[in-house]
Design a protein around this ligand. Structure first.
Ligand code: FMN
Length: 187
């Protein structure tokens, strides 16, 4: 069973991106167990002067959650055509030290929802770029959820096509995580 950490780039309570990750958790079925990360808001602004040990507890907690997961699924909104600041800030913390950062070689996938017509495609592309720069194994998939306000009812996903794409994404993450384990075992 693949343990997947779900990180939503939106902090708001009724976030469509968080709802998308909840739908992914339901879609995971026997392929994986998806746990939602709930501590993004507590991460302080990155300041290199504060990047000393021990690190702020909220940062240490995120680091540990990523480290102990087999894979990470990000769902990001798009803010002004890019990644939300707090999500980028959290990744900047996690990226240090870059050679041994916990996202290195970690299978990751990016999905995203927006209320506009493009489904956060730019934010997804930028997030994939940032994750690749940290050495993550970024799945070559894009899952845009445009007009997100029309696809959930009481937080539940009502779009079967998107549910199917979520299932595929989880399956691909689980495959990538298995492959990584096999490669580690072979070394
Ligand atoms: C500061 C801000 C900037 C936004 N910029 C964009 C944008 O560039 N493209 C877009 O499609 N939607 C944009 N939106 C609308 C978001 O897609 C919408 O608020 C979405 O519901 C946010 O995701 P969430 O429901 O997970 O919080 C913006 C929203 C905010 C608050």
């Amino acid at each position: 069973m693949t343990r997947i950490l779900g990180i939503s780039g939106s902090l708001r309570r009724d976030s469509h991106n968080t709802s998308l990750l909840r739908a992914a958790a339901e879609a995971a079925g026997p392929n994986g167990e998806l746990e939602l990360y709930d501590g993004l808001k507590e991460i302080p602004p990155f300041d290199e002067d504060d990047d000393v040990h021990p690190r702020p507890p909220s940062v240490a907690r995120l680091n540990e959650a990523i480290k102990s997961a087999d894979a990470v699924l990000f769902s990001t909104p798009e803010y002004n055509s890019s990644i939300p600041g707090q999500l980028k800030n959290a990744i900047d913390w996690v990226s240090r030290p870059v050679a041994t950062n916990v996202l290195r070689n970690k299978p990751v996938a990016v999905v995203g929802a927006s209320t506009g017509g493009f489904g956060a495609v730019w934010a997804q592309a930028e997030l994939r770029k940032v994750l690749a720069a940290l050495g993550a194994r970024v799945l070559d998939i894009e899952l845009p959820v445009p007009h997100a306000h029309t696809r959930f009812e009481n937080g539940g996903l009502t779009d079967d096509e998107i549910r199917a794409r979520l299932e595929e994404t989880i399956e691909s993450l689980a495959d990538e995580a298995r492959e990584r384990e096999e490669q580690k075992a072979a070394v």
